[in-house]
Design a protein around this ligand. Structure first.
Ligand SMILES: CC(C)(COP(=O)(O)O)[C@@H](O)C(=O)NCCC(=O)O
Ligand SMILES: [Mn+2]
Length: 911
């Protein structure tokens, strides 16, 4: 059917052009016999192309209007009659688990204030580089239920109203109206057929069945392209995330291990071929295992392996060679020569063998076999990368190690076995992707942020009851556990590292009682889709950029930071509760926050890679996110206000003092001032102890008096030369400087603002970059304009620049043609950075900041979080100055062989 949407540019339509669709037709060829993988894989696949079902919702373009400036290149088009209805629920209903992927609309809470509007005009962008349509901000949730508890799943869908208005054009997020008669939910897996009537009966929705193989591939492609720490290797108990180059992703082999196994050669989006399979898969393990061990569930069987010793069952190379390796062909004594082979030479009965050993032998036999066949197929097509997914794997260390060993051994290290964090959700995600209007396929890694809320029952995808909906439920859940004296362990699994031993075939080293998990749990969080995040354009090479300086894969380092953060917790809770008026409700939330954050810490201590690659920045951000989850939005608000006021009180004297100096002395005093004032950091234990010893101004003065060069890292001379030149040579001032400011109070008022003033005085435009959300006592972009306005009362340079930058809007005079009369001064602007953490990952900054960066030739990063924990080693395309006081003894030792309160002034000119 022709529709107005067909005339739109594909980007605006948010759907693929027809040519693209034709190209995307799936090549779906059954080449080999045998039973295939996936829970529905038992039936052979036909050789025909399979088309996605064509339920394409149309855009309602009536009353469409361009928002804002008509002359912009990519203006925002408002579609007032178009609902925000990204189709928002998809299911994969398998034999044992139901996987749900659903989207929740993220209300845009950002304030469109005067600052933002004037900044957009000044920086020449409306919505950043954000596409007008189709991607909306929101969250992608991953939830699962046991299929035998399908009623819980239906209740959950109903309670969240996820089925309402599916595939119609009604706004669904707040809908209280009746369920749409024609509502359709995309679903894959055998249960999409089996339970279709139940869904119709209970929820009034039809299930639109999507091909399982299509879904697996679409899900895998999306994850591999869009999620940074999705794929990992697992060898000898060690998990390592793999950075994939999107341009070199294809072709790869996708091995889906369900009841049977499918091997799919993936050549692109929607381009794949099922090249092989094996009937020896998860069903075989579970079926044989059940018969041989009398276990009642798959997870029980898997759990047995934890205490198993396969050498009592398997014939090892050493058994044949009298304990020796067969080194000539590269086989160690512990390599399995024949699975279950030892049992033939012993006159024992089944009862004489331990179920634990049987389960482990079986698991290794099947995993090894799959690994080997996979490699042979990869070899057939010259593929180097093999991704394994499917319900059989379940993040289980033995399974992954065994598969990896087989691939590594037979390929002599040429091919790589990789696993996916969301492996259990490939099908559901693929079904979700098959709604053709969400535009998710266009999202890139930097527009996705994964968070791990403490929605306990579904954190990590663990199945134990319906996920918790609201805050109150969450708090009650925590309280319940405390009453019962049960420790809340953040709910995800994993055997401890190093359990499988060399080559995956030794007796497990750890005999830990249980497989610390329901073995089917998955380490997945909630995926926040934030379309207006961008990679910071001044990064020298985003591909090699690594924000974290400290590597937390060193366990001692991890332990240290965990202890620090745990020690901080009581004080933080006090501050948070006080910031909310100290009410009973605040205390209850405070308690719950502490428990939730401790649970996360314990979980990560147990398995540091549980939430993806872990750096210190992630831990510090997790703490802020956890506070927000329990509705503490600005724990240090009053402290920040108090310190701002006190510092603004002494600013005039400082400015007078500075103005009495010559250029050179002034520049040094300014840098000293920034370093000295960076001591006001409520995130540092040592500093907080200091604050009891004097007033803000006393501490500031003491800190300034102690500033003695050379600093621990001291590139001041090089910076001075760039700024002031040497001899008669006067350098060209920087055009625009980006100042990543840190803390409120003295830090920004007495440190960074005077430095900004100096740059302005020299004709450099200044952009102050503050956090989008509060983090400890960091100053936010929202708070900065008021601080600047107050400071400007004492300083003409700041006032004129603030006026020119639109920060003092009322002072600007409207001229006859409606445009603002600008003062001749260079502007001072304020921009938000897109994050709410004491650190910053420059791969994900606000589009506002990315736009401001375009004309910048100087970046100044201030503070431990932004210049030391992250970005100390970051390289920029322009000049960069990193300024910080090291307020932690261990960090000072580790990074600079120094001591607490050392200062860092690292200047790196552009190359
Ligand atoms: C949280 C912080 C990164 C903030 O430092 P800032 O960026 O404000 O200089 C820092 O205070 C920190 O690393 N604190 C934890 C360690 C400690 O208490 O020493
Ligand atoms: Mn800070």
């Amino acid at each position: 059917m022709a529709s107005p949407v067909d005339n739109l540019h594909p980007e605006i339509r948010g759907i693929k052009g027809d040519g693209q669709q034709a190209e995307d037709k799936n090549q779906h060829v059954e080449k080999e016999g045998g039973l295939s993988g996936g829970e529905r894989d038992m039936a052979p696949v036909t050789g025909n192309s399979i088309h996605r079902s064509g339920s394409r919702p149309l855009l309602d373009l009536s009353k469409a209007a361009i928002q804002g400036n008509f002359e912009e290149r990519d203006p925002t088009i408002l579609l007032p009659n178009q609902s925000d209805d990204i189709s928002h629920l998809a299911l994969d209903i398998g034999g044992s688990l139901i996987k749900l992927v659903y989207f929740s609309r993220h209300e845009d809470q950002s304030v469109d204030d005067k600052r933002k509007r004037s900044m957009r005009q000044r920086l020449g962008f409306s919505n950043g580089n954000r596409r007008s349509y189709p991607v909306l901000g929101g969250r992608l949730h991953f939830v699962k239920f046991e299929t035998c508890k399908i009623n819980e799943c239906l209740d959950f869908i109903h309670s969240k109203q996820l089925h309402r208005g599916a595939s119609n054009n009604l706004p669904r997020w707040h809908s209280d109206g009746p369920t749409n008669e024609n509502a359709i939910i995309k679903a894959t897996g055998g249960g999409a057929y089996k339970f279709a009537d139940l869904f119709k009966e209970r929820l009034g929705v039809s299930l639109d069945k999507e091909d399982e193989m299509d879904c697996l591939v679409a899900g895998a492609n999306f994850l591999l392209k869009a999620i940074r720490h999705e794929a990992f290797t697992h060898m000898e108990g060690k998990k390592e995330f793999v950075q994939l180059d999107h341009n070199e992703l294809f072709p790869y082999l996708l091995v889906n291990i369900g009841s049977g196994v499918s091997m799919i050669k993936v050549d692109g989006d929607g381009k794949f071929q099922r090249v092989s399979g094996t009937n020896v898969g998860g069903g075989t393990y579970w079926g044989l295992g059940r018969l041989l061990t009398k276990c009642n569930s798959f997870d029980e069987l898997l759990e047995l392996t934890q205490k198993g010793d396969n050498s009592t069952i398997d014939m090892l190379v050493g058994d044949i060679y009298g304990g020796m390796d067969y080194s000539k062909i590269g086989l160690s004594a512990s390599t399995i020569a024949s699975s279950f082979g030892k049992t033939i030479s012993e006159s024992k009965e089944l009862e004489d063998y331990r179920p634990e050993d049987i389960s482990l032998s079986l698991l290794r036999m099947i995993s090894y076999n799959i690994g080997q066949i996979s490699y042979l197929n990869a070899l057939r097509f010259g593929l180097k990368r093999i991704f394994f997914g499917g319900f059989f794997i379940r993040g289980h260390a033995y399974t992954m190690d065994t598969i990896s060993f087989a691939v590594h051994f037979w390929s002599k290290g040429e091919a790589q076995a990789m696993f996916l964090r969301h492996e259990g959700f490939l099908g559901a995600l693929g079904a979700f992707m098959s709604y053709e209007k969400h535009g998710l396929d266009y999202l890139l890694a930097h527009q996705l942020v994964e968070r791990f809320p403490m929605g306990a029952p579904y954190t990590g995808g663990r199945v134990h009851g319906p996920p918790l909906g609201d805050l109150n439920e969450k708090i009650s859940w925590m309280e319940k556990f405390v009453q019962k004296g049960t420790e809340i362990t953040a709910p995800v699994p994993m055997a401890p590292p190093g359990t499988t031993g060399l080559g995956g075939f030794e007796v497990p080293l750890s005999k830990g009682g249980t497989l610390r998990s329901d073995a089917s749990a998955l380490n997945v969080g909630v995926l926040h889709l934030i379309p207006n995040l961008e990679v910071f354009p001044l990064l020298a090479d985003p591909k090699i950029y690594e924000p974290n300086t400290i590597d937390l894969s060193d366990h001692r380092e991890l332990e240290y930071w965990f202890t620090v953060l745990s020690d901080h917790l009581p004080d933080l809770v006090d501050k948070a509760v006080a910031s909310e008026g100290g009410t009973d409700d605040a205390k209850r939330r405070g308690d719950a926050f502490a428990r939730a954050f401790s649970a996360h810490l314990r979980r990560l201590m147990e398995e540091p890679t549980a939430y993806g690659k872990l750096g210190l920045a992630n831990l510090l951000e997790l703490r802020e996110e956890c506070l927000r989850e329990f509705q503490f939005f600005d724990a240090y608000r009053s402290i920040k206000q108090r310190e701002n006021e006190a510092s603004l009180g002494v600013l005039p004297d400082l400015l007078l003092e500075l103005d009495s100096m010559n250029e050179e002395a002034r520049l040094l005093t300014l840098i000293e001032g920034v370093l000295a004032a960076n001591i006001f950091d409520w995130g540092s234990r040592a500093c907080v102890d200091l604050y009891h010893k004097g007033t803000i101004i006393e501490i500031y003065k003491m800190s300034r008096n102690k500033m003695q060069r050379p600093w621990r890292v001291d590139d001041f001379d090089a910076f001075r030369e760039r700024m002031l030149g040497s001899g008669d040579k006067k350098p060209i001032p920087h055009k625009r400087a980006l100042l990543f400011v840190d803390n409120s109070g003295a830090d920004v008022v007495l440190g960074m603002l005077p430095l900004a003033r100096e740059l302005l005085r020299r004709g450099t435009e200044v952009v102050l970059i503050g956090n989008s959300l509060p983090a400890i006592n960091d100053v936010t972009a929202m708070e900065l304009p008021d601080i600047v306005v107050e400071a400007a009362k004492h300083c003409d340079i700041l006032r004129r620049a603030a006026e020119a930058g639109g920060l003092i809007v009322d002072a600007m005079v409207n001229t006859a043609d409606g445009s603002k009369e600008r003062s001749s001064s260079v502007p001072l602007m304020v921009v938000e950075n897109g994050c709410g953490s004491p650190c910053i990952d420059l791969r994900q900054v606000s589009s506002e900041l990315a736009a401001a960066a375009k004309d910048a030739d100087l970046v100044i990063l201030e503070g431990m979080g932004r210049a030391l924990h992250t970005n100390l080693n970051a390289q920029f395309k322009c000049d960069a100055l990193k300024l910080a006081m090291v307020k932690n003894q261990r960090l000072a030792e580790k990074l600079f062989n120094g001591k607490i309160y050392d200062c860092v002034c690292k200047y790196e000119p552009s190359h």
